[in-house]
Design a protein around this ligand. Structure first.
Ligand code: SAH
Length: 467
């Protein structure tokens, strides 16, 4: 099977920089299921075409597989369309061969990688179970101009009729990473093959690659079901999470809002008091390997680093920009080796189950829950308390009762424009106690900041421990 991608534009051979493959030679790569080749049948200043050819080793593939054989089965395993038809193997090959391009990264031409380009992709041969209609229903809502040529079953015997195989051409002004992502997800959907096993991490892959487009796609259910090979449980889980997913606040706006919140809280240096209390709590509970979830620009990470007791510190945030600022502020680049080994930054969302978060002693979730939409909170609760399950969890959130005391905050306004809610002490307590009960934790409540007899403290903290 072959995928070609053509870029027509100024300095068209820059496509080579986007794919991290020189247009001037042939590249070949070993894959677990065969071999891939990348070469450029056309490379001029105006037009450049990269070709990805995938050669499946169908014999190796069968040999490497376990499971019951049986005579009939064996023949089918050797004689099938897998070596010729675009399938999930092509998606895997895209990810393995053009990983950076798929992720939108280019070492030498980042600006170009971030720009919408006049691109054309052609794939031969795509099995399209559902015909041309389905092909259009999948790609047209994404803005592609779709051209499909159906292949006859055998051109020597036209009376045999049409095959389910097409050569398709897609055109659009689009970022290369977006186009690759669409292909990555939709090729296996067109193929709809049920032979290969799908594990739980396929849900993660689908959601990750579907970010920004799948939720709005009119065929999202069909895409999810077929991508997950009709495994009802997985498809349901993916759909729930897909619908549950909401755009995080745009990075730049988030930064401005963070500054505004800081200005409101600054007169009582609340941020520092929060950091102190959280660090103190984690130390007191004996935590050594700790997570800072929704670490933002790394304020807490800096304090955690100062304490030798914390042997492993992981900061996670959904915002790339915040993580970049954190890395800069912590001076990642020039950190001494021993220090650098203690800390990691992860990009991820707290509403997705994430294996990387399992097995820690302590977690801090400082001023994060109020950024999650209430329907998303339930997902977050399971991600943290059921799956990651740290021994101690410190969660802080504003106490809305205290807002009347902030002189610069207009009445009835929340402290941060992205806050989805701000809770009273009673509301927070009810939420936290519900979690403790459901997931087998105990919870204690502590005030942070100056306490007022009527309205309490500006920040409230719940400290959860596994029972
Ligand atoms: N804990 C930091 C930042 C608090 S601001 C501090 O106290 O300084 C809230 C942070 O939560 C932001 O950095 C935001 O990007 C992050 N966030 C919001 N939704 C998230 C999600 N679903 N997963 C991970 N982080 C998230």
């Amino acid at each position: 099977m072959i995928l070609t991608m053509t870029y027509a534009g100024e300095n068209a051979t820059d496509l080579g920089y986007l794919l991290h493959k020189s247009p001037f030679r042939v590249h070949s790569f070993e894959q677990p299921f065969g071999k891939t080749y990348v070469f450029y049948p056309e490379a001029t200043a105006e037009r450049c075409t990269a070709a990805l050819v995938l050669e499946i080793d169908s014999i190796g593939l069968v040999r490497g597989r376990r499971g019951p054989g049986g005579e009939g089965r064996v023949l089918e395993e050797y004689v099938n369309d897998r070596p010729y038809a675009a399938s999930s193997f092509l998606s895997v090959a895209i990810a393995r061969t053009f990983g950076s391009a798929l992720g939108g990264k280019s070492k030498d031409r980042q600006e170009l990688a971030d720009s919408a380009l006049q691109l054309e992709a052609q794939i031969s041969v795509v099995p399209c179970r559902g015909g041309e209609k389905l092909l259009r229903r999948l790609f047209e809502p994404l803005g592609y101009d779709v051209n499909a040529r159906r292949h006859p079953l055998d051109d020597k015997f036209p009376e045999w009729g049409e095959s389910p195989y097409f050569t398709i051409t897609l055109r659009r002004e689009v970022r290369l990473s977006e186009m690759l992502t669409h292909l990555y997800v939709l090729i296996p959907v067109l193929d709809d093959d049920k032979h290969y096993w799908v594990g739980d991490d396929e849900v993660e892959k689908l959601l990750r690659h579907g970010e920004g487009w799948l939720r709005e796609h009119p065929e999202r259910e069909l895409i999810t079901e077929r991508y997950l090979k009709h495994q009802k449980r997985l498809a349901r889980e993916a759909m729930e999470r897909l619908i549950g997913e909401e755009e995080p606040e745009a990075d730049e706006a988030a930064e401005t809002h963070t500054r505004e919140e800081e200005a409101i809280e600054k007169p009582i240096s609340l941020a520092e008091q929060r950091m102190d209390k959280v660090v103190g709590t984690l130390l007191a509970r004996g935590a050594q390997r700790v997570l800072d979830l929704g670490c933002g620009e790394g304020r807490l990470l800096r304090e955690l680093l100062k304490e030798k007791t914390f042997s492993e510190i992981v900061g996670m945030d959904v915002s790339h920009r915040a993580l970049e600022i954190a890395a800069r502020r912590l001076n990642f680049e020039n950190m001494p080796g021993r220090q650098r080994e203690r800390i990691q930054l992860l990009h991820g969302s707290l509403i997705y189950r994430d294996k990387r978060l399992a097995g820690y002693d302590g977690a801090a979730v400082v001023e994060v829950i109020e950024h999650l939409d209430p329907p998303r909170l339930a997902a977050f609760e399971r991600v943290l308390f059921e799956f990651a399950r740290p021994k101690t969890v410190a969660v802080t959130t504003p106490n809305v009762e205290y807002n009347v005391k902030f002189e610069t905050l207009p009445a009835g306004k929340m402290r941060h424009k992205d806050h989805r809610f701000e809770w009273s002490r009673q509301e927070f307590r009810a939420w936290a106690e519900g979690i403790a009960k459901r997931f087998g934790y105990t919870v204690q409540f502590l005030p942070i900041g100056p306490e007022d007899s009527a309205v309490g403290s500006p920040t409230q903290m719940g400290v959860f421990s596994i029972q």
